[in-house]
Design a protein around this ligand. Structure first.
Ligand code: ADP
Length: 188
């Protein structure tokens, strides 16, 4: 059973690392960004409401998101094998919600990790990714907005988790495999 929380700015490599580790540990990779993009693609009510926020680089309101994350974390695979959370929590209210939810379902996370990459490298990475993935939120203006939103709302979570349980910083400005190796060592 492994339950991990991945923190990091847009472009830090959370999604890539989370996918690799989830596969090697045989646990679900729960990415709120991926879930929301799927909802947008399927034009569900949630997707239609979330899209305008995502396209501007703003956070989707908690009122739209919290039931979704609850539903995902109580699914059988998550309950029986664990999970890697990528992109959630993204503000303090979400972190508090997650704490309450885990208490309610009798779970604890094992480890929170912050993948750190300097801001100028993040912009370059995201612009490079934009040419490959063609995401509507990967234009330069929206990227800059996502980074501001990260600084204002998500970066405070580093402090939140640092004072709670097991927490590690990882230098994400290195080769992909080196980051994976260090994360794997932390998971043990
Ligand atoms: P990024 O590469 O910017 O970290 P993600 O794929 O994780 O991108 O998320 C894309 C967008 O989805 C975010 O900019 C935001 O609008 C929305 N989103 C994802 N996770 C959350 C969340 N936990 N709370 C609010 N909005 C979210």
């Amino acid at each position: 059973m492994t339950r991990l929380i991945f923190l990091g700015a847009p472009g830090a490599g959370k999604g890539t690392q989370a996918q690799i580790l989830a596969t090697s540990c045989g646990i679900p990779h729960i990415s709120t960004g991926d879930i929301l993009r799927a909802e947008v693609k399927e034009q569900t009510d949630l997707g239609q409401q979330a899209k305008s926020y995502m396209d501007k680089g703003e956070l989707v309101p908690n009122s739209l998101l919290l039931d979704m994350i609850r539903g995902r974390l109580i699914q059988d695979d998550a309950v029986s094998t664990g999970w890697i959370l990528d992109g959630f929590p993204r503000n303090v209210a979400q972190a508090e919600f997650l704490d309450r939810l885990l208490t309610e379902i009798g779970q604890k996370y094992d480890l929170a990790v912050n993948i750190h990459v300097p801001q100028d490298r993040l912009v370059t990475r995201l612009l490079d990714r934009a040419t490959i993935q063609n995401r509507p939120d990967d234009t330069e203006d929206v990227i800059r907005r996502r980074l501001v939103v990260y600084d204002e709302q998500t970066a405070p979570l580093i402090d939140y988790y640092q004072h709670k349980g097991v927490f590690h910083h990882i230098d994400g400005d290195r080769e992909l495999a080196a980051v994976t190796e260090q994360l794997t060592a932390f998971i043990g």
